[in-house]
Each structure stands twice: as C-alpha cells, then as structure tokens.
Write a new protein. Structure first.
Length: 64
C-alpha cells in the first residue's frame, strides 16, 4: 500500500512542473518560481511518504 503523501507529493511535483513551464512560456517569473517551489515541496512530501512506506513495511515484516 502506497502512502498518501507519496501520491500527493508526486501530484504536487507534476503540477509544479506544469506551472513552471507555463511561467516560462508566458514570461511570468513569479509563476515560474512558484512552480519550482511546488516541485521542491512535492519531492519532500514524496520522500516523507517513502519513509512512511519503508517503516510500515519493516513493521509488517516483524509481525510475520
């Protein structure tokens, strides 16, 4: 089972890439930077979800 943070983080990362691309396309520096920030937040959230997944898997193996 994948942690919700992984899914939400991946979605935020992709949304940030889109936002950054649109900002570049229309010459909006603020939008481009917001996209970059969203990507960093998404990667961090995804990493937290990965840690949760690893902890859950470790605990599940100990129960066996």
């Amino acid at each position: 089972m994948v942690d919700d943070d992984r899914v939400e983080g991946a979605a935020r990362n992709v949304g940030g890439k889109v936002k950054e691309g649109v900002g570049k396309l229309v010459g909006d520096e603020k939008l481009r930077r917001e996209g970059q920030v969203d990507q960093v937040k998404g990667r961090a959230q995804n990493a937290i979800g990965g840690i949760k997944d690893k902890a859950r898997d470790t605990l599940d193996r100990k129960d066996e």
